[in-house]
Design a protein around this ligand. Structure first.
Ligand code: F6P
Ligand code: MN
Length: 347
């Protein structure tokens, strides 16, 4: 497809090539429509009221902000118009049943990056589309297959521009919202993430709580050209998974949200179904990788819809390097000339 083409044209072309994608394309079109509305609300910022006003708590105990609720209501209303039987949303405790005869199930984080609401920073919407699995007595059956069962996945970033990053299993594309036309237009037909990188993303305020392999990996990045990595690194942490993921997709790098020692954080912070699995599919389709440190994210099956998973994604050399710290192949761990004998970040 030529850059500048509208999303609906690209979806129609994908369906013409693969008619089995018809329902999936309808779901993506519905989400894109909802995202256009959400983008307008976010674009008005505080002129539209206090989007960060707090209310109840969501499934994970996070306090819900006004925009979380607006986004959840808008996306679920859109999904009701599409061939969707079940929705697992971050903002709803259990699976939501929509059209019982429909073929698809959608896992969705309606508003990712909540801590950036109200401060004019990028936030987003993340989704993964799967075939429905009907199993007597198991209401979450559709969501317990591994992430590789996803037919399509994507996220929208509401940043300086609103962008849709999408895969239907044939590469990863980027579309940017043309606000006047209220249409997403193709800007990148096939992302290709550089294999090597010099940029990492992690919330370093949790350093003292990290798993040992992560402490050693980051410490060796910090040692730069003087350490075993033999190169200097830069760091970026936006605090919105979508925005960090888009940066990694566009220019490479590695992102980590590992398990850590804080109460409730043994599996990190990010959710398998509507954060890690969609992003893993987008990464792999763009030539990058996504693991929980060692295991491929797309091979992991959830046992609950809000289950967390440690997440490492990005340039394949860096993701593979992180794995060497987990499986003991990297023996640099334990020595730290930078921080003294034991190392500042070792325990
Ligand atoms: O959805 C969870 C999330 O807001 C992600 O968008 C983001 O990457 C992460 O949490 C930020 O976590 P922390 O608050 O630890 O920096
Ligand atoms: Mn999120």
């Amino acid at each position: 497809m030529a850059t500048g083409s509208r999303l609906d044209t690209c979806l129609a072309e994908a369906v013409a090539a693969e008619p089995g994608l018809k329902d999936t394309a309808a779901v993506i079109a519905a989400i894109a429509e909802a995202a256009t509305d959400i983008s307008e609300v976010i674009g008005r910022g505080a002129l539209g009221g206090d989007l960060a006003a707090t209310g109840a708590h969501n499934s994970d105990g996070d306090v819900q902000k006004a925009l979380d609720v607006i986004a959840h209501e808008r996306v679920t209303a859109a999904l009701r118009t599409a061939p969707v039987a079940e929705v697992a949303s971050e903002e709803a405790e259990g699976v939501m049943d929509l059209d019982p005869g429909a073929p698809l199930a959608v896992a969705i984080d309606p508003l990712d990056g909540s801590s950036n609401i109200g401060v004019n920073m990028a936030v987003g919407t993340i989704f993964g589309i799967r075939p429905v699995v009907r199993e007597e007595g198991n209401p979450i059956a559709s969501f317990t297959t591994p992430g590789r069962a996803q037919i399509a996945a994507g996220f929208v970033t509401y940043g300086p521009a609103t962008a849709l990053v999408l895969t239907l299993g044939h590469g990863t594309q980027v579309y940017v919202l043309d606000r006047e036309a209220r249409a997403f237009r193709l800007t990148h037909a096939a992302l290709d993430v550089p294999e090597a990188a010099r940029e990492y993303a992690i919330n370093a305020s949790n350093a003292r709580h990290w798993d040992l392999p992560v402490k050693a990996f980051i410490e060796d990045c910090l040692r730069g050209a003087e350490g075993p990595r033999d190169k200097d690194f830069n760091m970026r942490w936006l605090g919105s998974l979508v925005a960090d993921a888009q940066r990694v997709l566009m220019r490479g790098g590695v992102f980590l949200y590992p398990g850590d020692g804080r109460k409730g954080y043994a599996q990190g912070r990010l959710r398998l179904l509507y954060e890690a699995a969609p992003i893993a599919m987008l990464m792999e389709q763009a030539g990058a990788g996504a693991t929980d440190g060692e295991r491929r994210i797309l091979d992991i099956a959830a046992t609950g819809i809000h289950e967390r998973v440690p997440l490492v994604f990005g340039s394949v050399e860096e993701v593979a390097c992180v794995a060497t710290y987990y499986d003991g192949r990297n023996h640099a761990a334990g020595r730290s000339p930078l921080f003294g004998q034991r190392g500042l970040m070792r325990s």
